[in-house]
Design a protein around this ligand. Structure first.
Ligand SMILES: [Zn+2]
Ligand SMILES: [Zn+2]
Length: 334
């Protein structure tokens, strides 16, 4: 099979991904083999390819990146009971977890210390075929194409996890800081709770996208594009803009007692305990939350804005992402 293989990390301008012929893997036990129909391109893929992602990531070289994968089951291991050849499925960054630790048994499997990560500790979806663990593969609703569904498997679940931690309900006011691949889904999901959504982004293009997707107001923290939100005006803020300034803005606009959900690793600064704000981190989500995301998309309540490219252009697409030239989500099609 053809795969965009990362043999060693390097600047994306030097095209570190090489399109190679590699042996098609064989599923064992409870694994399945997926013929990949689409794989989303995540900023974390760019970081891993350039060697500035998490320590010891990828786990080894060579590795096939890609963790927003949708395709068709083409073979099943001997112990697979609930999926068959021909089923359409998707895989999220959590490739598998241990199933027995305190996190796995309490609905927080995304925190499992033994988790396997698609495209980082296991080969991912920048390829014609990919192995998956059947218990962590999700049937794709009929109404969704492979390319539409792929971004649900990282931006979608990431957005859902963050909104679930913001304690939203009808009439609450929430800011979403950063309107990229994840942020544009956060806005839609936050609006579905009945909360009033304020989008905060420097880009005028993204402000238009935010209002199209249900934000009641959008503004630039730099002062362009309309009014500011007053100090301590909102119940919650969800931050996906990777800057300390965005976290500072979130702290400014959230009321005492409110919640700030961080989907990016940034400095929080001095926390005024007298205001009793809660700051919480958020990463991905569990399997039931992933199913909820797919149900929302199947019901037409959530849409992903995506653009499709051939797998052979993986380096070029990551280069465009680095240059800020991708509007929402790029999807590779083998
Ligand atoms: Zn991702
Ligand atoms: Zn576990």
């Amino acid at each position: 099979m053809k795969a965009a293989l990362l043999e060693h990390a390097g600047r994306i301008e030097d095209k570190p991904l090489r399109l190679r012929d590699v042996p098609e893997p064989t599923p064992v036990g409870t694994e399945i083999l997926i013929k990949v129909g689409a794989c989303g391109v995540c900023r974390s893929n760019l970081h891993m390819v350039e060697g500035d992602w998490l320590p010891a990531t990828p786990a080894s070289f060579p590795i096939i990146p890609g963790h927003e994968v949708v395709g068709t089951v083409s073979a099943v291991g001997p112990s697979v009971s609930h999926l068959s050849v021909g089923d359409r499925v998707g895989v999220q960054p959590i490739w598998a977890t241990c199933g027995v630790c305190e996190y796995c048994v309490s609905g927080r499997e995304q925190l499992c210390r033994k988790r396997q990560i698609t495209g980082e500790t296991r080969d991912g979806g920048y390829a014609e075929y990919m192995l998956a663990e059947s218990a962590y593969a999700y049937p794709i609703p009929d109404g969704l194409s492979d390319t539409e569904a792929a971004p649900l498997f990282c931006p979608g679940i990431t957005a859902y996890g963050s909104v679930s931690k913001a304690a939203l309900s009808p009439g609450k006011k929430v800011a979403v800081l950063g309107v990229g691949g994840v942020g544009h889904m956060v806005i839609q999901m936050a609006a579905l709770t009945g909360a009033d959504v304020y989008a905060v982004t420097r880009s005028s293009v993204h402000r238009a996208v935010a209002e199209e997707l249900g934000a009641v107001q959008s503004y630039s923290p730099k002062g362009e594009g309309g009014s500011f939100v007053a100090d301590a005006a909102l119940d919650a803020a969800i931050v996906f803009a990777p800057s300390d300034a965005s976290v500072a803005e979130a702290m400014r606009i959230v009321k005492p007692g409110g919640r700030i959900v961080l989907g990016v690793a940034q400095n929080v600064g001095l926390l005024d305990i007298g205001d009793e704000r809660t700051v919480v981190g958020s990463v991905l989500g569990n399997r039931q939350q992933m199913r909820d995301v797919l149900d929302l998309a199947a019901a037409g309540k959530l849409r992903s804005v995506h653009a499709d490219y051939p797998l052979a252009e993986a380096n070029e697409v990551l280069g465009m992402l680095k240059a800020g030239e991708i509007r929402a989500r790029a999807v590779l099609v083998p």
